[in-house]
Write a protein that binds this ligand. Structure first.
Ligand code: MEV
Length: 416
């Protein structure tokens, strides 16, 4: 069950992009308890980042930390709740694009969406099963026993209300005796990879007893088909900039629906926003990428994850994709990720999944609108010019006093 959202600060901060960096930091740090805890505000005021001791615990052979700008995408409203969306990304236009599209969407109430319960799939791959065709029935008969065995391996998750929900078996190659046993595991607010791998390894020996053959792989599936998120948005043609742009967005959607080469770029634009937010929010963005592209190809043909249609007065867009994200465990424990999650203001993994789906749809809308209108290069080049204007090897800066160059593109969607 999702918890209700506590009151959130507005994600609309007029003129944010025009303020000097130090003022943006002060504004966000001062948003107060509804947005940032005192510890996170202090982290932000101190310039953010990751201390070396924490970095050393997170990975192997650490020698330093690598940096990315941490930005805020503004204006996002999802299911009547405002969300500031932290993004860590090197491509200059991603934040501005998502913010601008979210601002357009806000005029008609923002995005709506929902996410499935957090069911991940544990796969146990078995080879050399003599009676492969009979395997599904044998596994079905042992379902409760297998779930109980899986649950015993993850007692803390079971205590939090998660655990193994069901078991199924698919025959992959009847002649070769290859089958896969799949457990659905509710991982609650976790991303869940470790939990699911633990279940797969705990249940596998019993599967071997039931089916014979040889246990091969025991691992989660990154095609998180039972953990999908959806978002939709409707905009008037007037909000988009006119009927020609509305037609252009729908035509661009159709192009991606008809052509795989275009669908790949269309989906890349969607993942621009999702990945940038996922990195800032401590998510396994490689898992999100794997799931998104496998899902896009599931029909046998690679398809766009988001599509757009005309409505009587404008356009509506819809996105659906697997969204295995978590708000506890994994990479969510560092101070920067805690601060990012607080800013995003989600109450749990399902709400985060919906927010990320909406960010993907906003990113897609911004790209299609630009492509249908003036083209992508003008805005891109404005932002690239800003990057080139930056000194090539600036010395380490004091946290809050970098020079603030004039900002050429409106990262809050062009608000006065
Ligand atoms: C660039 O990073 C993303 C776009 O190519 C996406 C698209 O073409 O839809 C602009």
């Amino acid at each position: 069950m999702e918890r209700p959202s506590p009151p959130r600060p507005s994600s609309r901060i007029a003129g944010f992009y025009q303020r000097p960096l130090a003022e943006r930091v002060a504004t966000v740090a001062a948003l107060g308890d509804g947005a940032l805890s005192p510890a996170s505000a202090a982290w932000l005021r101190a310039g953010g980042g990751l201390d070396l001791a924490t970095a050393d615990r997170m990975s192997e052979n650490v020698i330093a930390t690598a940096g990315l700008p941490l930005s805020l995408a503004l204006n996002l409203r999802v299911n009547q709740v405002d969300h500031l969306v932290p993004m860590a990304v090197e491509e200059p236009s991603v934040v501005a694009a998502a913010s601008a599209a979210a601002r357009l969407a806000r005029r008609s109430g923002g995005f709506t969406g929902d996410a499935d319960p957090s069911i991940m799939i544990a796969q146990i791959h078995v080879d050399g099963v003599d009676d492969a065709a009979g395997a599904p029935a044998r596994i079905a008969a042992a379902g409760p026993e297998l779930c109980a065995r899986g649950d015993r391996a993850i007692p803390r998750m079971v205590a939090r209300g998660g655990g193994c929900r069901d078991v199924a078996c698919r025959v992959l190659d009847a002649d070769g005796g290859a089958v896969v046993v799949e457990l659905g595991v509710d991982v609650g607010d976790a991303m869940g990879a470790n939990l699911v791998d633990t279940v797969a390894e705990a249940v596998a020996p019993r599967v071997a007893e039931l089916l014979g053959g040889e246990i091969a792989l025991r691992i989660l599936s990154n095609l998180a088909l039972r953990r999908r998120a959806r978002a939709t948005v409707a905009l008037s043609a007037e909000a988009l900039g006119g009927d020609a742009l509305a037609d252009g967005v729908v035509r661009a959607s159709r192009f991606a629906e008809l052509d795989v080469a275009r669908a790949a770029t269309h989906n890349k634009g969607i993942m621009n926003g999702i990945d940038a937010a996922a990195v800032a929010l401590g998510q396994d963005w490689r898992a999100l990428e794997a799931g998104a592209h496998a899902y896009a190809g599931m029909s046998g043909r690679y398809r766009p994850l988001a599509t757009w249609r005309r409505t009587p007065d404008g356009v509506c867009g819809a996105i659906e994709l697997p969204m295995a994200v978590g708000t506890v465990g994994g990479g969510t424990r560092t101070p920067g990720v805690r601060a990012a999650l607080e800013l995003c203001g989600v109450t749990g993994a399902r709400q985060l999944a919906v927010v990320l789906a909406a960010v993907g749809l906003a990113s897609n809308l911004a790209a299609l609108r630009a492509l249908a209108g003036e083209g992508i290069q003008r805005g891109h080049m404005r932002l690239h010019a800003r990057r080139l204007a930056a000194p090539a090897a600036a010395p380490p800066a004091a946290p809050l006093a970098p020079p603030s160059p004039p900002t050429p593109a409106p990262a809050d969607g062009g608000a006065p």
